[in-house]
Design a protein around this ligand. Structure first.
Ligand SMILES: [Zn+2]
Length: 528
């Protein structure tokens, strides 16, 4: 990762390999405006970063990242998730009404959960092959079934307790000997009560009888202990049309004939995301258009909600109101928490101010989308900067950029176009790097390709600035509504020639002709 070279400049961030095959809906749309020392410098922040693998995932139609530990007979083939193959859990689909979200002050720092957050990813977990999953012998299969039934029963009790708002019943499912985990469980329970849950489900997906080391087995004691992958899903009332869904490793232990949950944090796999409500005590604030879920007790969540409200209004002015007009903003307290929520390698998002991601384990229309802020950078951005970034991200939410065939120059350029329509910024600041290049005789030869938006790209600022000015040229020449129509046409196209078709049908030109016009436009703006 390049280091900061000056205020107002923008940079990308390193991207970890484990994200490279992230599925379509999983691909975060990231922003990397670098914070300046004050608001003036912030007006330079025009660069928006999408990791390269995002583009790759999108252009290839998305890959499927296998949930961990899913081996026959538990394997869920791509496209069939979440078909239930085995075992058959009790239906947990009954809706849970937990009331509306209210502002709740975080009651305690939560040291216990730091252990969850800091648990190292298991480097070999994805490759482990366990008897409980792969065996085909009747005895081993029967053992797997028995564990699944016992584990599922614990999960059912947890869900019932959440539904019945019974902390006592919830805590009865927790291993009485796992004191640290009991503290974590209390916070998880409290957090779930703060969220406006329409549904909350836990489903036993698979287990791994030998995933726990002998030492850990001895530590846990009991007659049996094992690690299972549990699908957790939750839907936010008024915000989600489908549930968010992730897998969580749950350790079970059986003592005196009773099975308990003993951990939610054992052996996280590289790339495995963690629900924000499992990372510490949350504060939840809702407003007209936003739900802010904050792990940061120092952040003013109300303020973020009002900025998000304005962002939604700004986006609707350009994009129209034919979208849900609701955004969910996650405010981690630390960058590491942001990276856990994203399933990213630690240190990946040092230079990324915010990310838009679909909180789902595989591509799906209507996936719940979250804007995840990087606390330190967001703090440094200043008010206008935060507005720019949140408006940019909200544009991605409105236009479902996490699952779109739109090329990155258009997705990012359009998001910047909307953001800079809402917050006016001088061209000289907003296109600083691009103008510098143009004045040095390096006029871009083409619209920025996907790899130019890689977080590690050396020409990242130019890529964003190029996309922005391409969109602005369309709007200036054809009108803003034509720009929106162009975007929507490309987005809706199922054809590999969708972009070319839209250039012709909507703008009456070709990409080649448009590029030539855009080059002239850049020269004119740069004064050369
Ligand atoms: Zn973006």
């Amino acid at each position: 990762m390049s280091s900061l070279t000056g205020a107002g400049e923008q940079r990308g961030a390193e991207v970890n390999d484990e994200q490279r095959d992230a599925p379509l809906s999983d691909a975060p749309v990231s922003e990397a405006p670098m914070p300046g020392p004050d608001h003036t410098a912030m007006s330079d922040h025009t660069t928006i970063v999408i990791p390269a693998q995002h583009a790759a995932a999108r252009s290839s139609g998305g890959g499927f990242r296998k949930p961990p530990f899913l081996k026959p007979p538990f394997l869920k083939p791509p496209g069939e998730w979440p078909v239930q193959l085995w075992p058959v859990p009790k239906p947990l689909a009954k809706k849970v009404a937990l009331g509306t979200a209210v502002a709740v002050v975080a009651i305690a720092a939560f040291a216990g959960l730091r252990q969850i957050a800091d648990a190292p990813a298991d480097p070999s977990g994805g490759q482990t092959t366990q008897a409980g999953q792969t065996s085909t012998t009747p005895d081993e299969a029967a053992e797997g079934v028995r564990r699944a039934v016992a584990g599922e029963a614990v999960l059912q009790k947890m869900v019932d307790a959440v539904r019945g708002e019974s902390r006592g019943e919830f805590l009865k499912t927790i291993d009485p000997q796992a004191k640290d985990f009991e503290n974590q469980a209390r916070t998880v329970y409290t957090n779930l009560g703060k969220l406006p849950l329409a549904t909350f489900q836990l489903r036993y997906v698979s287990d791994d009888a030998s995933a726990l080391t002998p030492d850990r087995q001895r530590e846990l004691g009991g007659t049996e202990a094992w690690l299972a992958q549990v699908e957790v899903s939750w839907q936010l009332t008024g915000f989600d049309t489908k549930p968010a869904r992730e897998t969580l490793p749950v350790t079970f232990v059986t003592r005196d004939g009773t099975t308990y949950a003993a951990s939610f944090s054992e052996r996280f796999l590289a790339g495995q995301r963690r629900p924000i409500w499992a990372l510490g005590s949350i504060e939840v604030v809702d407003s007209d258009h936003a739900l802010v879920v904050s792990l940061d007790s120092h952040a003013n969540a109300e303020d973020y909600a009002s900025v998000a409200d304005r962002a939604v209004d700004s986006v609707s002015k350009v994009w129209g109101k034919t979208w849900r007009q609701k955004v969910v903003v996650y405010l981690p307290a630390k960058q590491s928490q942001m990276e856990y929520v994203l399933g990213a390698q630690q240190g990946t998002y040092t230079q990324i101010a915010a990310v838009t991601m679909a909180e789902l384990d595989m591509p799906q229309a209507g996936a719940p989308v979250r804007i995840v802020a990087n606390p330190k950078l967001f703090d440094e951005l200043g008010k206008q900067g935060r507005r720019i970034v949140l408006t940019h991200e909200t544009t991605h939410v409105a236009s479902t950029a996490t699952a779109s065939p739109v090329p990155l120059w258009l997705a990012e350029g359009f998001a910047d176009y909307v953001a800079f329509t809402a917050v006016s910024v001088q061209d000289e600041s907003a296109a600083k790097e691009l103008f510098k290049a143009v004045r040095a005789g390096k006029v871009p030869t083409r619209l920025p390709p996907p790899e130019a938006f890689a977080a590690s790209s050396t020409e990242l600022p130019q890529a964003y600035e190029s996309g922005w000015l391409a969109c602005r040229l369309i709007a200036e020449r054809e009108g803003q509504s034509k720009l929106v129509k162009f975007y929507r046409t490309v987005h809706a196209s199922k054809s590999p020639t969708g972009l070319a078709d839209a250039f012709r049908a909507v703008l009456g030109t070709t990409e080649q002709e448009f590029t030539a016009d855009w080059q002239k436009y850049l020269k004119r703006l740069a004064g050369v």
